[in-house]
Design a protein around this ligand. Sequence first.
Ligand code: DAH
Length: 357
Amino acid sequence: MNDLQPIVDAAQAAFAQAATPAELENAKAQFLGKSGRMTELMKGMAALSVEEKKTRGAAINLAKQAIEAALNAARQAMADAELAAQLQAEALDVTLPGRQRGQGGLHPVSLAQERIEAIFGSMGFDVAQGPEIEADWFNFTALNTPEDHPARSMHDTFYVEGGSATAPNLLRTHTSPMQIRYAVQHVKKYRALAGDSGEGLFGGAMPEIRVIAPGRTYRVDSDATHSPMFHQVEGLWVGENISFKDLKSVYLNFITTFFETDALQLRFRPSYFPFTEPSAEIDIMFESGPLKGRWLEVSGSGQVHPQVIRNMGLDPERYIGFAFGSGIDRLAMLRYGVNDLRLFFDGDVRFLSQFQN
Ligand code: DAH
């Protein structure tokens, strides 16, 4: 028994000294391997008597168990140390503030457009989108502005190659072409439903046309209050009994809701547009706030010209309506107190981030 304790001690010391798993397995081989010291001792028992074998065998087994226990403890200690080192290396400082993603938001012009759509939506207006590259016919001629009309010179624009008078050939100068596009589709649909052949002007019954068309428009113009690309919203209401009274009530309702105040006045100022007759500019005046007392032009408007009603496919003896076209950027400037239109298109985050809510 006594001769075994030094071997157990030596094994424990060797295991404790091993610095790597490989060294530990080497040390194991020295004591428990095929020609290890314990294995040699077992082999040496062959010469003993049966009695001696019993006691010696039990002693060797105990020593072997002690060595195996030491080996397992050393393996466990090594694994624990490895895990601890790994955890240490991968340590996270959970007290550091997280990295934040900048939160985006809508552009002030988009915010204004969404307000406009919601307000007119609540008054039963459909919202339509039209092409920015438009055909001469829709942008001018169908709006009672033939090729030699002087009003065209105020709408100088960018022309694209290809195209023709009836195929898209220019960047639209206003959203008014959507009056024609939308009305033509509307008339077509209700003509078909009425079983009408589609020839000539339509004088049958149909639901009213009530639509707004917001979108980008283009002109050769650039200064603090004009940008070559800007936004308009077109409005059109055509029916059998629509008058300026309706235009005034709709527009007043819109503008007071848009600016969230009843303390403003609205006036029609006589004007000229080829596609309306009579025509008027719509001006508003705030009765309080920083813009108090100044008349501000916010929209063109008028009663839809009979020729335009005809170009929609409708009989002007039965159908009448009003239209308006307002600058969305202008409305956004007034609502948010922005004094230079160009700020909207510079893309400066310091400016844009002021509109996030
Ligand atoms: N399209 C005109 C422009 O851009 C604005 C306008 C005036 C639109 C009168 C209308 C209208 O619908 O009736 O200058």
